[in-house]
Design a binder for this molecule. Structure first.
Ligand code: SF4
Length: 334
């Protein structure tokens, strides 16, 4: 490997092939942090085409705006992106920026890393993209590229595997152009070195790639622990709708969806005599959930964690997507 020539080839390719994203047009660390948090676990198309990033930045143009917001509004704006801890962590980070950094976004890597919910990758991304400072970064795209470049045929999700990836990213990093280099490496993984069908013939760094040069199948890399088996789960919910338009809803329990609402869940035994009015399936982590909604009536008594939510509040009441879809469908057929 000759890092200089490798860097040159990669950054040259990026300069003519890079995609135009709003977070690439800015050096505002806040906007870059928001984009990075949204893009964890969520496709670029969802974040961009469905307007999440734009809406968020319009409503919370600075960390101070988010720090001062009501959690319910924050979760409502995040609705549909899933993994709601990201929104809560973002808000916690803005509170720290307001209270401990006089409202100024920190400029040191070690300080950015101390913000709530900001891991090594996200801190390095903000540091290199906003301030153009050298910090290696490894996300899923970069991990795949590095594993193939070096034909690393061991697991990457072990301590040793992670060390190899981060050490290699540090060696490869272009100290003079960290922003462009890191963006280029990530884009190479997204656009060319794809998980199942890498486009090696179009790859600007094929000359340095051991998988390609040794004629090994890059699609077998990287190696990770096998995925957990899918677990099937049944959820049984009721639909109670009053004449004034209010709907009975239940607070989500557990940390993953804290602060969100859902249709009230019941045991199958207690609802099996009621008519089924809605069915759907959805995935969450390694679970495949079958949701069945039964017609109840307005005499339903709210339990401790349940409330009648007025019709006017329903659009801004934060709900996970599967329940939002059910609610919208059932309201439209009332
Ligand atoms: S040559 Fe193929 S496997 Fe190697 S980095 Fe390029 S796209 Fe990936």
């Amino acid at each position: 490997m000759h890092p200089e020539a490798f860097r040159e080839a990669l950054v040259d390719w990026f300069s003519t092939h890079q995609k135009d994203y709003p977070w690439r047009r800015t050096k505002d660390p806040w906007a870059i942090l928001v984009s990075e948090m949204m893009l964890q676990q969520t496709q670029v198309a969802t974040v961009l085409d469905r307007g999440y990033f734009t809406r968020w930045m319009e409503r919370f143009p600075t960390p101070a705006d988010l720090a001062a917001a009501d959690e319910s509004e924050v979760l409502s704006l995040w609705e549909g992106l899933g993994y709601y801890n990201r929104a809560r962590n973002l808000q916690s980070a803005t509170v720290v920026i307001r209270d401990e950094h006089h409202g100024r976004f920190p400029r040191e890597l070690s300080t950015i890393e101390t913000l709530p919910g900001i891991g090594r990758y996200t801190a390095a991304a903000v540091y290199s993209f906003a301030f153009d400072k050298p910090a290696p970064l490894v996300d899923a795209n970069v991990a795949r590229v590095i594993a193939r470049l070096y034909h690393f045929d061991q697991r990457i999700d072990t301590a040793a595997g992670q060390k190899f990836l981060w050490d290699t990213a540090a060696e490869l990093l272009d100290q003079q152009r960290p922003r462009d280099f890191n963006s280029a490496l990530m884009e190479l993984g997204q656009a060319i070195c794809k998980p199942r069908a890498p486009r090696c013939k179009e790859c600007p760094v094929a000359d340095w790639c051991q998988s390609f040069q040794q004629d090994r199948d890059p699609a077998t890399l990287p190696i990770k622990k096998p995925k957990r088996e899918t677990v099937l789960v049944d959820e049984h919910a009721i639909w109670s709708h009053r004449d004034d338009g209010a709907v009975l809803l239940q607070h989500e329990s557990g940390t993953r969806r804290k602060g969100l609402w859902k249709l009230p869940l019941r045991s199958v035994e207690s609802v099996s005599h009621l008519p089924v009015i809605y069915r759907s399936t959805y995935g969450i982590t390694h679970h495949r959930v079958s949701l069945t909604v039964y017609q109840s009536d307005s005499s339903e008594k709210p339990r401790k964690d349940e409330s009648w939510v007025p019709a006017t509040d329903l659009p801004t009441t934060p709900m996970a997507s599967p329940f939002r879809k059910a609610l919208d469908k059932l309201l439209s057929s009332c």
